[in-house]
Design a protein around this ligand. Structure first.
Ligand code: NAP
Length: 309
């Protein structure tokens, strides 16, 4: 019998426990799924950073930790954790993110806010270019960024992507390195941030880099708040360098009520809902990964702690 500790908030237990039990049964794994346990008896931990578990020291027979989140910045530096840490990569998360990003790229591309927020009777005609004449830049070409880039390329957008290591994606101009970043930003009429939060990506959009964007660019950030220097963004919005920012993630969440983003006419705030972990699809990855580990195989999507993601 394998003991799996679910270390996430109570509301997640209500959502996930049955899906996990179903997935373990489908994978023919004999699992005792528990919300609390003697640490000495725990084989695997299903983890959310919003949960109660901070110190892994007592879990001496731990074989692996499966994060329910794709972003692991809150656990990757935890020095009490020595077992492999796997992050969440599944089709539900991917499809949710593709829908959020494609939706907001199309919204900015088509200038939909002009009509949705219209407060006058002005018959001013605004004709957007076709997608084939619109450049979109995706920062981060991982599990989510690559899927978003490919979905936008399939709609004919001119897509440029940037990652740490060189990528090769059909229909996407792939760039890497610091020079690649500058070039990607110069091309970015619409920029989507899907980078992880690491020391290297902190303030990746600072004042200097925001100044590289074409005048009137739009920014969509479902990655992490610290990727953008907030004050530099407010300044870029003020001078029209950036026409609009759609932000899903923030340095402090929930975004404080007095934060200038809330009332800013050129900022759309969404409350960290770009893509949620869906219990049914996520549970299949958890079961798959525990099954792999029990069979002596490495877990999938193990975090590179040196790189921080
Ligand atoms: P991933 O598969 O690890 O991909 C990360 C991408 O960022 C990779 O392409 C990686 O480059 C690139 N990267 C990392 N550090 C870099 C650097 N210093 N310079 C250039 N590129 C760098 O992650 P993912 O699953 O796509 O998720 C991305 C992020 O989305 C997560 O970390 C999380 O913060 C965020 N997220 C948000 C939500 C939401 O609801 N808002 C939901 C899920 C995830 P390589 O390909 O070369 O490694």
């Amino acid at each position: 019998m394998i003991t799996v500790l679910f270390a996430a908030p109570d509301r997640d237990w209500d959502e996930f426990s049955q899906a996990l039990r179903d997935a373990f049964a489908a994978a023919e794994l004999e699992v005792n799924l528990v919300g609390e346990a003697d640490p000495l008896e725990v084989d695997y931990i299903v983890y959310a950073p919003t949960g109660w578990l901070k110190d892994f020291t007592p879990y001496t027979r731990l074989k692996g930790v499966q994060s329910l989140w794709a972003g692991v910045e809150k656990i990757v530096g935890n020095e009490t954790l020595h077992a492999p840490l796997a992050r969440m990569v599944d089709f539900g998360l991917r499809e949710g993110m593709v829908e959020y990003c494609v939706g907001h790229v199309l919204r900015h591309h088509l200038g939909m806010d002009l009509d949705i927020c219209r407060s006058d009777t002005n018959w001013a005609v605004h004709v957007p270019p076709l997608a084939r004449d619109r450049s979109v830049t995706i920062l981060g070409l991982g599990a989510l960024g690559a899927a978003v880039a490919e979905a936008l390329a399939a709609l004919n957008f001119k897509v440029t992507g940037w990652s740490r290591r060189q990528k090769d994606l059909a229909g996407v101009r792939c760039l890497a390195g610091q020079e690649g970043l500058d070039e990607a930003l110069r091309a970015g009429e619409i920029v989507v941030l899907l980078l992880p939060q690491t020391p290297e990506t902190d303030n990746v959009l600072d004042a200097k880099r925001l100044a590289l964007l074409p005048a009137g660019a739009c920014i969509i950030n479902p990655g992490r708040g610290p990727l953008i220097d907030d004050d530099a963004l407010l300044a870029a919005l003020g001078r029209g360098q950036v026409a609009h920012a759609t932000l899903d993630v923030f340095r402090i969440e929930p975004l404080p009520k007095d934060h200038p983003f809330w009332a800013h006419p050129q900022v759309t705030v969404t409350p960290h809902i770009a893509s949620d972990t869906r219990p049914a699809s996520a549970a299949r990855l958890v079961a798959d990964n525990i099954g792999r580990s029990e069979a002596g195989l490495p877990m999938l999507h193990v975090v590179d702690r040196g790189a921080g993601y």
